[in-house]
Write a protein that binds this ligand. Sequence first.
Ligand SMILES: Cc1cc2nc3c(=O)[nH]c(=O)nc-3n(C[C@H](O)[C@H](O)[C@H](O)COP(=O)(O)OP(=O)(O)OC[C@H]3O[C@@H](n4cnc5c(N)ncnc54)[C@H](O)[C@@H]3O)c2cc1C
Length: 377
Amino acid sequence: MSHPIVVVGAGLSGLYASWLLQQSGHRVWLIEARDRIGGRVLSQAPSDAAHRLDLGPSWFWPGMNPRIEKLVKQLGLGSFPQHSRGAAIVEGQDGKIHKYQSSWEQSPSSYRIAGGTQSLVEAIRAQLDDSVHIQLQTQVRSMKLRPHAVELTLQDPNGEWTQLAAQVIVTVPPRLLAQDMALEPAWPDALRQDMRSTPTWMAGQAKFVATYPKAFWREAGLSGDGMSHRGPMSEIHDASDATGQVAALFGFVGASPSYRAGIGQQALQRQAIAQLVRLFGPEAAQPLWSAVQDWAQEPLTAAKDDLRPLSYHPMYEAAPVPAAWSQRLWLAGTEQSPNYGGYLEGALEAAEIAVSHLQRSLQEGALKRAPLTHEME
Ligand SMILES: Cc1cc2nc3c(=O)[nH]c(=O)nc-3n(C[C@H](O)[C@H](O)[C@H](O)COP(=O)(O)OP(=O)(O)OC[C@H]3O[C@@H](n4cnc5c(N)ncnc54)[C@H](O)[C@@H]3O)c2cc1C
């Protein structure tokens, strides 16, 4: 039997690429280093709640994210606008609290997926049939170009082994690819340097979420939106579900990765709750459940260079694969997306581009191999 196509990384991009390949009749191995699918997509729930809270991405923008919008409909997922009605709060460096009545609606509106963004990756996984084999807890360590295949060295809990692939789509962020994977023949230094200087979007970030018996801030005329120059969270929003059954707030932790690592997650949670009390009042002191997800401490998301916080959204560009590899390996993952780099939409766009290039290369290869009619006569 011929070797499968291997897709490296079961985040949104890898899952979507596998689904597209399956739809074109290919046999796929989807290899994921973590013990779960989703990558940067992660939604968690307190054990008794159906509604999950997003510790990774939470928003998409209908009208601006055509692929996500289409998938949400096609896969029968619910979506709802981010709650933003009511006054916003700004906490100054001096600790003073200012309330701002917002007279405008956010445009375009951010939307959330019912059940958390993880519902999207789970719905894609549910579309995969036996032609896609998902291999979790398996890290790709190296890739070697062989005459008719790529040889991957894989590490799973039982040790190291090799797998041949007819073609490979790599969805791992470029910095991790350059930092962690040995390639033979080696990629040019300049290309590896470019990949190392391509930030992994949001990899240096951390999120804090807390659930409450009711959305007391809404009752006080507050939207749940907050900005703070004091921290540890720099930006806070309402994270309640669409039905109002689960009331929640979340915040991006503006404090640096080194500060977060220094104080530890428990102290960080205490500081975040104290901040919510300053901003929203004493009822914020007793969350039913809270959690921190520090992406900078996830070596399968953040490379060493991602520990320096980003203050801007980079312009992403697809990295060129060296000529020797060009008929065997394609890069996907959101950082390869020309139009939506960094976003969920970019993970889908990059997967689509990689799969269509791979298909074209297979068709061209088949044409070259097929004898011309007059040669057969
Ligand atoms: C806190 C946070 C908030 C965000 N908010 C938003 C938002 O609101 N809206 C939005 O559009 N986007 C947002 N994003 C960005 C969004 O999460 C990403 O664009 C998207 O999830 C990237 O998907 P991906 O598949 O390209 O990469 P990843 O999800 O990073 O997938 C790569 C996969 O490769 C695996 N892997 C790594 N190395 C190896 C290896 N050697 N071998 C095998 N597997 C490997 C990883 O475990 C991972 O599963 C946010 C991200 C974060 C962290």
